[in-house]
Design a protein around this ligand. Structure first.
Ligand code: UDP
Ligand code: MG
Length: 347
């Protein structure tokens, strides 16, 4: 029994269309490394035949491990499930749609070892394959986050990265409900290197990141790292107070000069403006309070339906199957899947 050297974590949501290509491209790269590895395909509650096909692929690729979540919980939470399950000395997270070329994994591993670093970021040096909208919003996102969170936020470093066991252990111990890994990992300050790569077009299927999910990721990123939006309320309040003072002075001057101040238009504009500002501020406050509320509820961010585990004779380690606050599964998994050990949800 040898320890696994590499765990590759690939979250998948309705990725049946791209699965065969993904396996065909990833497998030779990992086999070529000549080291014990596992590929953890995290099925994020797919509604298509992703799970069925994964289980078929596994029949002649024993290093493929299928970790199926009960419902769609989103990319970051699915990644979290994969990171908790991974037991390799190095863990790579990669998208399933082949936008992150699997061949870069070998470069990342070599860079980590030769430079003695704990993290290697895949940096999108060329994103011409992405739409103008995607590139524009991504560039805005990274600029905003560098400003709000800190200069350590890597430009164009998404979720294609390699991390050492030490980093993954720290991540798995975080009490956070919905960590945004692309920000949390650099914030830890581990020694890091970068490997540039060309972002390929999606190999098949449609994007699983519609605008709604992008906005949610952005809100999670901002509220997770900065209280600056709350300060906007203070600034807006001060500005409206100063404007108000000026209007009072102006009003008195007009009264002293005997002029009448026309009332209605300015009055209802002021009322609407202040009402709008107050609602914006309440909304900003709500974003934070909602997250505090969710944190106090402390519900598990995902539940594992089943985990096939690897079936290749490698030791996945004692904590390889550790579940995060996940109660025992109540539905029988497919026949060839190892059942999760029964665990009670911690309260
Ligand atoms: N994904 C997921 N759950 C979701 C949305 C996406 O696991 O709710 C996975 C998806 O299958 C893919 C990765 O996250 O492997 C990145 O998604 P996608 O490629 O659609 O995003 P884009 O590249 O368009 O930003
Ligand atoms: Mg993609």
């Amino acid at each position: 029994m040898s320890r696994l050297t590499i765990s590759v974590v690939a979250p998948m949501y309705d990725e049946r269309a791209v699965l065969d290509q993904f396996a065909a491209r990833l497998r030779p790269v990992l086999d070529g490394l000549g080291e014990p590895y596992e590929v953890i395909a995290v099925d994020d509650g797919s509604r298509d035949a992703t799970v069925a096909r994964l289980l078929q692929l596994r029949a002649d690729w024993p290093n493929l491990r299928v970790l199926s979540l009960r419902r769609n919980v989103g990319h970051q939470a699915a990644l979290s499930a994969g990171l908790h399950a991974a037991s390799g000395d190095w863990v790579v997270s990669i998208d399933a749609d082949l936008q992150d070329p699997p061949s870069v994994i070998a470069e990342m591993l070599a860079a980590a070892r030769s430079r003695g670093v704990d993290v290697v970021y895949g940096v999108r040096a060329d994103r011409r394959s992405d739409s103008v909208f995607k590139r524009g919003t991504a560039s805005l996102y990274y600029r905003l986050m560098r400003r709000l969170a800190g200069p350590w936020v890597g430009d164009q470093a998404g979720d294609f990265r390699l991390m050492s066991r030490a980093v993954v252990d720290v991540l798995n111990d975080l009490p956070e409900q919905r960590p945004v890994y692309r920000l949390v990992v650099p914030s830890l300050g581990f020694a890091a290197a970068e490997v540039p790569y060309t972002r390929a077009p999606r190999a098949a299927g449609e994007t699983k990141y519609p605008l709604g999910k992008m906005i949610r990721l952005t809100l999670d990123s901002i509220t997770g790292f900065s209280a600056a939006p709350l300060r906007i309320a203070t600034w807006l309040g001060m500005i409206s107070f100063l404007v108000c003072l000026a209007l009072i002075v102006g009003g008195f001057a007009a009264w002293a000069a005997g002029g009448t101040v026309p009332g209605w238009t300015s009055l209802y504009i002021a009322v609407l403006l202040l009402g709008g500002i107050q609602l914006i501020c309440l909304g900003l406050l709500g974003e934070y309070i909602g997250r505090i509320y969710a944190a106090t509820q402390n519900r598990p961010p995902y539940l594992v339906a089943f985990d096939t585990s690897t079936d290749n004779g490698f030791d996945t380690g004692d904590d390889g199957l550790e579940l995060r606050r996940s109660p025992a599964t109540s539905h029988p998994p497919p026949a060839d899947c190892r059942r999760q050990p029964a665990r009670q949800a911690e309260v």
